[in-house]
Design a protein around this ligand. Structure first.
Ligand code: C2G
Length: 129
């Protein structure tokens, strides 16, 4: 069992999220998503349209996702990697370098973001209609 771990808010799930999750699955055969809690989102300066439970419900239906755990703070990643025996940590490259402290514990991979799509853009586009 080769386990992959990634984190995010995954609000209003869109093709950029799916592209990330699909590629994450290519690094193993079991993908764990650390899904940001509503409280942690506030710490990230983000508000999500859907609640944690709604976002978890959606993510669990994605074929590339095997398990969803709660992301509650910036400091849980080392513990999560060890506790879940993670082989590879994957994030979009807007985070490039930010999680290199995980390199002693697992492979760290930053993948190119999907250009031209984001939850913010969806909201902005809808407002301008
Ligand atoms: N993503 C992407 N392409 C996009 C949008 C998002 O590849 N067009 C990726 C991001 O790089 C991230 C994942 O999809 O790896 C989830 O994106 P967000 O929900 O925006 O996550 P974020 O707020 O960056 O939270 O501790 C890490 C944080 O929780 C990451």
């Amino acid at each position: 069992m080769k386990k992959v771990l990634t984190y995010g808010t995954f609000d209003m799930l869109h093709p950029g999220h799916i592209n990330l999750l699909r590629r994450a699955k290519e690094y193993g055969n079991y993908v764990i998503v650390g899904l940001s809690s509503d409280e942690f989102n506030a710490q990230k300066g983000k508000t999500s349209y859907y609640t944690y439970e709604e976002r978890k419900h959606v993510l669990e239906a994605v074929r590339y996702v095997d398990e969803v755990i709660k992301e509650e703070n910036w400091d849980q990643k080392v513990i999560d990697v060890q506790h879940h025996n993670v082989d590879t940590f994957v994030m979009g490259d807007d985070w490039k370098g930010k999680f290199d402290f995980l390199k002693p514990y697992c492979h760290v991979v930053y993948l190119p973001r999907t250009e031209g799509i984001s939850t913010t853009k969806i909201k902005t586009d809808l407002k301008s209609k």
